[in-house]
Ligand binder design. Structure first.
Ligand SMILES: [Zn+2]
Length: 343
């Protein structure tokens, strides 16, 4: 048996200890510290360190609730390894209830690993990455759709890497969108540095959505079991699970006229070629324009804002192969989607 080790950032949390702390990542105009809430739970037994991050986009709140629960659930006596929760990474965005860092609208999730002497976002990213993420062995990064849209519950992961694939599968989402991710995103930066990372996309911004939060908490428990931080088997095996390859057809359907949008698709995210996804009409309910699915696929994101101008995104559609389609159809038959836990 190897002895458990402390978690080191620029201090140490000892085996058997839970520490809730606030860590300074910047400074306001008033000279006050900008601090992110962090929980470190170091198990009494040796094992890997799993990092979890939320609100890198400041208005994406489902993950914030997930991490509050995670930090309140696991205890050192049971853990074989360490759990590190960065509850709110983008504190300025969170306070302003917006996605980007205020004033210059910098995207924290394009700023990793960051630099010590650069713009605000890169400085914050640098502290977060160097002090915490680089000391983790695995990473779960929680996101939602951007404002005015919602997203089907899914995972994004670079499944070409076997350990990332293992992590993504253990999390247990039905749909895994495969791909390396954007340059400067935390997921890509960590994965490229040998820290397997996945992004969890869940629902919409500005909300707590209990069904999705519960599902993500099961996913976390399953990951902890898969990587043996907890005894037992991974608990979350979904009825079906598909990796949708980057090379598969996907598209954002966009409005080609302005007007009022009415979503027409059914209670589940599968649409067949030429199904009506939505209609757009003018204020006199005339000139209806039908927006149809160009191919059979899964709706992974939809507009929530009911008004659109030409060019506005309406729906993110990813094509699926026949096997996946049949599996999803079986799940629809079985009632998997009746309560829209996916949206
Ligand atoms: Zn996000």
């Amino acid at each position: 048996m190897t002895a458990p080790e402390p978690f080191r950032y620029d201090a140490e949390v000892q085996p058997g200890e839970i520490r809730h702390l606030r860590y300074e990542v910047g400074e306001t105009y008033l000279g006050d510290p900008v601090e992110i809430p962090v929980t470190v739970i170091v198990g009494e037994h040796a094992g890997p360190t799993v990092g979890m991050t939320a609100a890198i986009h400041g208005d994406e709140l489902n993950g914030v609730k997930v991490l509050q629960e995670v930090a309140d659930t696991y205890r050192p006596a049971e853990l074989h390894g360490t759990v590190v929760c960065l509850h709110v990474c983008n504190v300025p965005g969170y306070l302003a209830q917006q996605r980007y860092l205020p004033i210059y609208d910098q995207d924290l999730n394009r700023s990793f690993p960051g630099k010590e002497r650069s713009n605000t976002a890169e400085r914050m990213a640098n502290v977060i990455y160097r002090r915490f993420v680089s000391n983790c062995d695995l990473l779960l990064d929680f996101h939602t759709s951007t404002r005015n849209r919602t997203t089907m519950y899914h995972v994004r992961a670079n499944t070409a890497d076997p350990e990332v694939r293992r992590l993504a599968r253990a999390f247990g989402a039905n749909v895994i969108l495969a791909g390396a991710g954007d340059t400067g995103s935390l997921r890509r930066t960590a994965t490229d540095a040998g820290i397997p990372a996945i992004t969890v996309e869940m629902g919409r911004a500005h909300r707590f959505q209990p069904a999705l939060i519960d599902r993500a908490l099961e996913g976390v428990r399953s990951v902890l079991a898969e990587f043996e931080l907890l005894p037992g088997e991974p608990v979350t095996w979904p009825g079906w699970s598909r990796v949708i390859d980057e090379a598969r057809e996907k598209t954002w359907l966009r409005a080609d006229r302005g007007g009022l949008v009415e979503m027409q698709y059914g209670q589940h995210p599968l649409v067949h070629a030429d199904d009506t996804i939505c209609t757009i009409t003018d204020h006199f309910k005339r000139g209806e324009r039908r927006v149809a699915a160009p191919f059979t696929g899964l709706i992974v994101g939809v507009l929530q804002n009911p008004v659109a101008a030409p060019g506005h995104p309406l729906c993110h559609l990813v094509s699926v192969d026949d096997d996946t389609r049949r599996e999803i159809e079986r799940e629809i038959e079985a009632g998997e989607f009746t309560e829209r836990p996916w949206a």
